[in-house]
Design a protein around this ligand. Structure first.
Ligand SMILES: Cc1ncc(COP(=O)(O)O)c(C=O)c1O
Length: 457
């Protein structure tokens, strides 16, 4: 029995089956402790934007650790790379003149944004504006604020009363937001949180015109528009640093993490537009909020090195190209009798929704999906990774399978005792990822949300 308590896991199952031990990574691949290679279909947890094994990021971190790992950015303290990183992020911010508040990850960024939104209204004398609105299917992290905003109801179950001043609206219909505003009154609403592409909730692209519509509704009703770019930021969406830029969302607050360091060290950043930052910078407000590791100096060094790679290798342009490739290669799957829907076309994310989710493994075996090759769909050396978990976003207790054109049968792991474990396993498959594309280091992800029933091997 191990001591490690995994996130998003049924620990009884993990205890029974053992952990999937990740030994190393390079580019878009990882290796387990038995030396088997897998395509990293999920880019870790949507973060490996420049791919694994970039030694230059490690070197930058080592150099910073040798100077000072971290001290604090409370009060007037800050380290050089942290100050420089804030300037660098402000340069690329969707709204010019933004201020940057550093956090330790996405959930920190979300809770920071939620507290900031409420506090902003209080500072300008409109303290009745407290309600936070999110969308059905939304995932905004697992701190108490983010859990309260969960659009995936099961993620908020079992904790009693969390933040009560929250509400959800349909994910795809701006009218739902308008109706709620009319019912509650804009004077009681602080902010609307929105993922430009719903990620962990199943990869749902915004309907045409939806993002502009909700942006305008927020503007018209004086509701802060918070865009959660924890997944979509830093190159996951083709052609620009942020979805907010690409879709001209002019957000009041942007939450980020993941791609900021490509996961080499934990770090997040909240981008705050000038009008929201202004009361806090005018003097006289001491905002009692911050995290010990916010602006961590070594993490900031990792972020600089990561941004250097994104810039030097033009990965934002590459991801624009990649999103077309993914779309072209996946779209024909929509004609497959077992497929209900293909969701792709924006960014290095996509989903294939199965008509009968219980079919997931056989579909994987028989469909052309496996022919998406690592070199843009050539079909050569194609690996297919199937990630099973328990219906929650994130790793969960997942198992990966390999299959290739040469061997149409998925091979559940290489070690016999693992095969036995798989056979015993009757867990539900909800998510599987597949990809075959590593374009100049971008470890692309097709997170295929299969609301699957049971897989019995
Ligand atoms: C859209 C979104 N927001 C927030 C988070 C929370 O980030 P973290 O897990 O780094 O706390 C996630 C994590 O997947 C996410 O997808």
């Amino acid at each position: 029995m191990g001591a490690l308590w995994h996130g998003f896991a049924d620990m009884g199952v993990v205890e029974r089956d053992g952990a999937f031990v990740v030994a190393r990574g390079e580019g878009a691949y990882i290796w387990d402790d038995a030396g088997t290679r897998y395509l990293d279909a999920t880019a870790g947890l949507w973060f490996a934007n420049v791919g694994h094994g970039r030694t230059e990021i490690g070197e930058a971190v080592a150099a910073q650790l040798a100077k000072v790992a971290h001290f604090s950015n409370f009060g007037d303290f800050a380290a050089e790379p942290t100050i420089a990183l804030a300037e660098r992020l402000a340069e690329i911010a969707p709204v010019p003149g933004s201020k940057i508040f550093f956090t330790s990850g996405g959930s920190d960024s979300i809770d920071t944004a939620a507290k900031l939104a409420r506090r902003y209204w209080q500072e300008i004398g409109r303290s009745s504006k407290t309600l936070i609105i999110s969308r059905e299917k939304a995932y905004h992290g697992m701190h108490v604020g983010g859990t309260s905003m969960a659009g995936i109801p099961v993620n908020a179950e079992g904790y009693g009363e969390l933040w009560t001043d929250t509400a959800t609206v349909p994910w795809n219909d701006a009218k739902g937001l308008l109706e709620l505003i009319e019912k509650i009154g804009a004077d009681n609403i602080a902010a609307f949180f929105c993922e430009p592409i719903i990620g962990a909730g199943g990869v749902y692209l915004p309907p045409d015109g939806y993002l502009a519509e909700i942006r305008d509704i927020c503007r018209d009703h004086d509701i802060l528009f918070v865009v959660d770019e924890v997944v979509t930021g830093f190159g996951r969406i083709g052609g620009s640093w942020f979805a907010s830029t690409r879709f001209d969302l002019q957000p009041d607050i942007v939450t980020t993490a993941k791609g900021l360091t490509s996961g080499y060290l934990p770090m997040g950043a909240v981008f705050v537009a000038p009008r929201v930052a202004e009361p806090f910078f005018a003097g006289g407000v001491w905002w009692r909020h911050g995290y010990t590791y916010g602006g961590h100096a070594a993490a900031a060094a990792a972020a600089h090195a990561n941004l250097d790679i994104l810039e030097r290798e033009n990965l934002l342009d590459d991801s624009a190209r990649l999103e077309k490739t993914l779309h072209e290669k996946l779209a024909p799957l929509a004609d497959h009798p077992k497929v209900a829907e293909v969701r792709s076309g924006i960014g290095a994310v996509a989903a294939v929704q199965l008509a009968d989710p219980g079919e997931a493994p056989s579909f994987v075996k028989t469909s052309g999906a496996r022919h998406l090759g690592p070199r843009g769909g050539s079909g050569r050396n194609a690996d297919l990774a199937v990630v099973r978990d328990d219906g929650r976003p994130g790793a969960g207790s997942r198992r990966r399978f390999r299959c290739s054109p040469a061997d149409a049968k998925p091979v559940p792991m290489e070690m016999p005792q693992r095969r036995d474990r798989i056979r015993r396993n009757r867990r539900r498959i909800r998510f599987f990822g597949l990809t075959g594309t590593a374009v100049r280091g971008i470890s692309s992800v097709l997170s295929c949300a299969a609301t699957a029933r049971a897989y019995r091997s």
